[in-house]
Design a protein around this ligand. Structure first.
Ligand SMILES: NC(=O)c1ccc[n+]([C@@H]2O[C@H](COP(=O)([O-])OP(=O)(O)OC[C@H]3O[C@@H](n4cnc5c(N)ncnc54)[C@H](OP(=O)(O)O)[C@@H]3O)[C@@H](O)[C@H]2O)c1
Length: 331
């Protein structure tokens, strides 16, 4: 259960990875010393699939990883580094659209390599599809980066089944990264079957519901002013309390299973398919260790059907993103 193969091209990653986004952006205060300790704890716990993007910060999250690799010789070779391109933000952090043009991504890749201080990126994702550029052109340019030795494997994030199908005709796609968790089970109908058909591995982002599903966030007051989640409909005044019912149910089942709520939420994902992995985000060394232990939690068929019965989608209140950002998702 500790490592899994994604796609058909030979990519193998730890089944629980590490989302690095919150170390630089979106979820309140962060400090580099804790982040560095978290990265070391991740390696020690076998959590060696690290996820970042040029959009996180923007740029500062890749720079943080670059500093870690510089200060810890030998670490880079123990880790599968995944980063992304295509979401544009200005230096104040405002979102500025998408870019999937071949000339743009050549430059974006060179810039990410520099910030990370690595000679290749293991898994390079298009972060959001650019409606102005046919997917064939973008993936063609990504394939060119493989030829140049700058990246090893290709990924897409939040792509539809149709996009996956078209992209796969140009170059094998090793991984789809999309939001998926106990409260985001919207991919079953078309996207996950498409991944299966096309041999694309699945990486679940926000597997802990941005922290909500762990039970650690008990009220909106637990979030600092400026925390992006305060704008997320599932954390709104109106929806927050109603969504807690779901967390109580996960807590109850975790108690019975003698694991933590976070571990149950992650283990559930790992049991959805042999090529499913998750990348929970944390800035804490102890939480990275806790999340790594989800790799050891085995759920029986009975337990899985109990979860399916207890966690129904009618218990989830609010969309995954605020309205303008929903428009950037292909589903
Ligand atoms: N492709 C995309 O569009 C996209 C979008 C969003 C995220 N991502 C990627 O996916 C990664 C993970 O998603 P995410 O960070 O949004 O959400 P997540 O993994 O569902 O949740 C992260 C939150 O959970 C808390 N947490 C982690 N482990 C915990 C534990 N054991 N107990 C209690 N709380 C815990 C973290 O707090 P602390 O930090 O304080 O521990 C953090 O606030 C990101 O880091 C990013 O790399 C990708």
């Amino acid at each position: 259960m500790n490592t899994r193969k994604l796609g058909t091209e030979g990519l193998e990653v730890s089944s629980v990875g590490l989302g690095c986004m919150g170390m630089s952006d979106f979820y309140g205060a962060h400090n580099d010393a804790d982040s560095m300790a978290t990265l070391s704890a991740a390696i020690d716990s076998g959590v060696t699939f690290w996820d970042t993007s040029d959009a996180y910060g923007p740029y500062t999250n890749e720079q943080l990883l670059g500093r870690y690799f510089k200060d810890n010789p030998g670490a880079r070779n123990k880790v599968i580094v995944a980063t992304k391109f295509g979401i544009l933000r200005n230096t104040s952090g405002d979102f500025n659209g998408f870019d999937g043009r071949p000339e743009y991504l050549q430059q974006a890749c060179d810039d990410s390599l520099k910030r990370l201080g690595v000679d290749h990126i293991d898994l390079y994702y298009q972060h959001r599809m650019d409606p102005a550029v046919p997917i064939e052109e973008t993936v063609g340019a990504m394939a060119e980066l493989v030829t140049q030795g700058k990246i090893r494997y290709l990924g897409l994030s939040e792509a539809s089944a149709n996009t996956l199908e078209r992209a796969s005709k140009v170059h094998p796609i090793s991984a789809l990264q999309s939001e998926y968790s106990l409260w985001s089970q919207h991919l079953e109908e078309s996207v996950l079957p498409a991944c299966k058909k096309l041999g694309i591995g699945f990486v679940s982002y926000s597997p802990l519901g941005r922290g909500f599903l762990t039970g650690a966030i008990k009220s909106r007051d637990d979030l600092e002013a400026g925390d992006w989640r305060l704008q997320n409909p599932r954390f709104s005044e109106e929806n927050f309390q109603q969504n807690l019912v779901l967390v109580d149910r996960i807590k109850e089942m975790a108690l019975e299973k003698q694991c933590t709520t976070a571990q149950l939420a992650l283990a559930w994902i790992l049991h959805q398919g042999a090529d499913y992995v998750s990348i929970p985000g944390t800035r804490s060394p102890t939480r990275v260790q806790e999340n790594a232990k989800a790799m050891e939690v085995t759920l029986t068929t009975e337990e899985l059907s109990q979860i399916a019965t207890n966690i129904s989608t009618d218990l989830v209140f609010g969309q995954r993103y605020p309205e303008p950002m929903m428009g950037a998702l292909e589903l």
